[in-house]
Design a protein around this ligand. Structure first.
Ligand code: ZN
Length: 126
């Protein structure tokens, strides 16, 4: 497992404890779309399914299934995150992972985020 002193899985160069884990503990610590996106990637790595579920925007959360999120988190071996482009409400990224056949896969997505009150949420991606 990843301890708080390890390099954060999101690739920021900071420790996990000072980076994404701080957001896992307090959702409000995500100051923008990219920080939430990074924290969601790290949540896949450390299998924080509740965080992934709870950071879906309320408008799309009801379509989510915790078991499906858990399966996606556990079945794949998460290697690396590359942020390609960030705007105020969007983040385009590539997540590199190994699938169950140990084949390298690249998930390329442009995600949309929205702020509700003081909290950022993931709306959807394409
Ligand atoms: Zn991080």
């Amino acid at each position: 497992m990843i301890n708080t002193a390890s390099h954060c899985p999101c690739g920021s160069g900071n420790s996990f404890g000072a980076c994404c884990k701080a957001i896992h503990i307090s959702h409000a610590a995500a100051a923008g779309a990219e920080q939430l996106m990074r924290a969601r990637y790290s949540a896949f790595v450390v299998r924080n399914i509740d965080f992934l579920y709870n950071t879906f925007h309320p408008s799309t959360r009801r379509f989510q299934d915790k078991n499906a999120i858990r399966k996606w988190s556990v079945e794949n071996k998460w290697m690396q995150l590359h942020i390609l482009k960030t705007t105020f409400q969007t983040v385009e990224f590539e997540a590199h992972y190994l699938n169950t056949e140990m084949e390298v896969q690249i998930h390329h997505e442009k995600s949309t985020f929205k702020k509700l009150g003081n909290l950022w949420y993931y709306v959807d991606g394409k």
